[in-house]
Design a protein around this ligand. Structure first.
Ligand SMILES: [Zn+2]
Length: 268
């Protein structure tokens, strides 16, 4: 009984022999490369089994392969999809986006696409876009500068595929590759709207924090009042004092240990 992890659906499945086998000669008279075509019982995709050996004939090669314990299978299983973290996305939207990935990992590709469509719609609503249709909401995100033109086009592709299912056209099959692409396009929308701006804000706050430390040291040296600290900079300084800044760790000037920056010092 031949079984393997199917390259297409990612499930460990029994492989049923179907017609099609070849005995490819090698330099070794007794051991040729025997190849046969099998169908995944899970998703129906073809998987090819290969083994070295010498079956009696090409006709018997498939049965010979099916009886082997050790087989090489091609294509190889694709790299496992990783669930992408969404640290800067509002919790309900991030949870739905993560759930879309979880659906895909469970091979529930239609559910993954439907959730991805919902995530894009929820993102527009979160940004105050109340237009009636998803097509108008996506276009409004571009008009408001929330997403770039090619990301808008990607969002529409998610909408096209998601619409068919949302409107009851379930005859449309969704392959794992389709679902993977949809998840990538959904993630790009979240990156443009939330994650990329948050990264830029962290970089700006980090730069301001470094400048503030320099200003504080200068003020201390000159006996002047300490400069004011904005909440964003205060949180960066606090993270530094705990030894970490998520995603970015600016070099702390060694003299900074002498300064005691905090948000309530500035106005004194
Ligand atoms: Zn399969």
């Amino acid at each position: 009984m031949a079984s393997t992890t199917c390259w297409d659906c990612g499930q460990v499945a029994h492989m049923t022999p179907v017609e099609g086998a070849a005995v490819v000669k090698t330099a070794d008279f007794f051991r040729h490369r025997v190849m046969g075509c099998f169908r995944c019982d899970g998703c129906g995709a073809f998987n090819i089994a290969i083994a070295l050996g010498n079956p009696k004939s090409s006709d018997s090669a498939l049965a010979w392969l099916a009886g082997r314990k050790k087989l090489e299978w091609v294509p190889k299983e694709p790299k496992k999809l990783q669930i992408k973290p969404f640290p800067d996305v509002p919790t309900p939207i991030a949870a739905a986006a993560t759930e879309a990935y979880t659906c895909r990992l469970g091979n529930n590709c239609r559910a993954a696409v439907l959730l991805a469509r919902s995530v894009i719609e929820a993102t527009a609503k979160d940004k105050g876009i109340t237009k009636k249709t998803l097509i108008a909401k996506i276009d409004a995100m571009l008009e408001q500068g929330l997403i770039r033109p090619h990301v808008r086009d990607g969002a529409h592709e998610v909408r096209y595929l998601g619409n068919e299912m949302a409107h009851g056209d379930l005859a449309q099959s969704v392959s794992p590759a389709d679902a993977d692409l949809v998840l990538t396009l959904m993630s790009e929308v979240l990156d443009d709207v939330y994650e990329s701006p948050a990264r830029v804000e962290r970089a700006k706050a980090g730069r301001e924090a470094r400048q503030l430390q320099a200003d504080q040291l200068a003020a201390l040296a000159q006996g002047k009042p300490l400069p004011a600290v904005s909440p964003a900079v205060a949180s960066i300084l606090q993270a530094w004092s705990q030894g970490a800044v998520p995603g970015q760790q600016p070099t702390r000037p060694s003299a900074s240990r002498q300064a005691k920056p905090s948000s309530d010092q500035g106005s004194s």
